[in-house]
Design a protein around this ligand. Structure first.
Ligand SMILES: Nc1ncnc2c1ncn2[C@@H]1O[C@H](COP(=O)(O)OP(=O)(O)OP(=O)(O)O)[C@@H](O)[C@H]1O
Length: 386
């Protein structure tokens, strides 16, 4: 049986369709890569590939299983990645409604205080965890803590992280340039994300995985300062490095979210965006080309019915006819070519050379296919008395 792939035409709605699906794929890829759950992504990818192939070739059993399980799968993904889905929804909402610019009047002074306090505590081997809120809401990610709302100062940080103080356990949270909370617990990153470190660093990374907060972590054991931000944990080689990172974080907070997103649309995470676009286009092409009608041409025999007793066919000048059928890939998949026959009724035909038109009505074929071309359009037979 021939196999011809149809190239579907692309309309505006198709482009919109690909765009929306590409965005969904991008969000999924970004979350998966940020969370380090590449295996989870691979499993989802395999399921999507099987589903697309099932759609492409209209496999009834696989399609039914997938359609029944699809809603359950979406709900499961939403539950497993609920924090990421919520954060993504918040960001999309802010982007659409226009994010406000988070201006902290004395940001550079606060940055100096943080740099000084962090490296001083590192020198003294005092463990510390300081969270600076970005644009994302934090409350849903924090566990417990004591409200404070105080001006940030180095002595305050030393007191809060003093191992002898009752509230030293946990993280300090800074909001709008002020110390908003202390002794707060953060979500932990999965084991293996920062193998050389313990729970303090995993807590820093865990929060940075879920939102855009900037987390400064001071190691009690090693006396070093690290920053967890954007899903990464980086060791700061000196006060200058931390100051630079704080500066760019403050610049990010000052910018209007809508401008940031638009200007960075084509520059940031280009590889993931291209991959998402490629996957979306591939899925669309597979499904649309499968959904389109396909055409197959068959050479079929001619059957002569109801030949009267007193006559016989002495010569059938045409024995085979080329018939082109149109229909879905599935319809052709289940078609037995031998079931297609041109069937002509010779009832009451008189002796002599006769010509019969081969119309679509004379072609016997399954109902889910239709005749689009016949070659030749007529057949000739010679009828003689018996
Ligand atoms: N979920 C959490 N949220 C906030 N702080 C936490 C959390 N879990 C642990 N911590 C803090 O981390 C401290 C323990 O740090 P631990 O030594 O296990 O980690 P670490 O990454 O090796 O840090 P360090 O290098 O400072 O020893 C706790 O006393 C507590 O203050």
């Amino acid at each position: 049986m021939p196999f011809d792939l149809q190239i579907p035409s692309v309309s505006f709605v198709d482009l919109l369709d690909i765009g929306i699906f590409a965005m969904a794929v991008y969000v999924l890829l970004a979350i998966g890569i940020q969370r380090g759950s590449r295996r989870g992504l691979a499993v989802i990818g395999i399921f999507v590939a099987i589903y697309v192939l099932a759609m492409r070739w209209q496999m009834p059993l696989s399609l039914t299983v997938f359609r029944v399980g699809f809603s359950a799968m979406i709900v499961s993904i939403a539950i497993v990645y609920q924090d990421d889905v919520r954060a993504a929804a918040e960001r999309i909402g802010r982007w659409m409604l226009g994010g406000r610019s988070l201006v902290v009047s004395n940001a550079s002074k606060i940055a100096d205080t943080l740099v000084h306090a962090a490296f001083h505590m590192a020198e003294k081997r005092t463990g510390a965890l300081i969270v600076i809120q970005g644009r994302d809401a934090l409350d849903r990610l924090l566990d417990g803590g004591i409200d404070l709302d105080a001006v940030a100062s180095a002595p305050l940080f030393y007191s809060l992280f003093d191992p002898n103080s009752a509230g030293h356990d946990g993280a300090v949270v800074m909001r709008n340039g002020r110390v908003a909370k202390f002794a707060t617990h953060l979500p932990l990153a999965k084991c293996g994300r920062a193998d050389d470190f313990g729970t303090r660093h995993h807590a820093a990374l865990g929060l940075a995985d879920c939102c855009d907060a900037f987390v400064i972590v001071v190691s009690e054991e090693r006396g070093c300062v690290s920053v967890a931000h954007g899903g990464r944990l980086d060791k700061m080689e000196g006060p200058g490095a931390l100051a630079t990172r704080l500066q760019s974080f403050n610049a990010y907070r000052r910018l209007n979210e809508r401008k940031v997103t638009l200007s960075e649309l084509f520059r940031k995470r280009v590889v993931i965006k291209l991959a998402a676009l490629l996957i979306a286009t591939g899925c669309w092409w597979m499904i649309s080309s499968g959904a389109n009608e396909v055409y197959r041409t068959f050479v079929v025999p001619v059957e002569y019915r109801n030949v009267a007793e007193h006559v016989k066919l002495s010569q059938t000048l045409t024995q085979e006819v080329k018939v082109t059928l149109a229909g879905s890939e599935t319809a052709f998949r289940f078609l037995a070519p031998s079931s297609i026959v041109v069937s002509l009724d010779l009832e009451d035909v008189a002796a002599g050379k006769r010509q019969f038109n081969v119309t679509p009505d004379t072609v016997r074929h399954p109902n889910n296919l239709r005749v689009t071309a016949i070659e030749p359009r007529s057949v000739r037979v010679k009828v003689e008395p018996h």
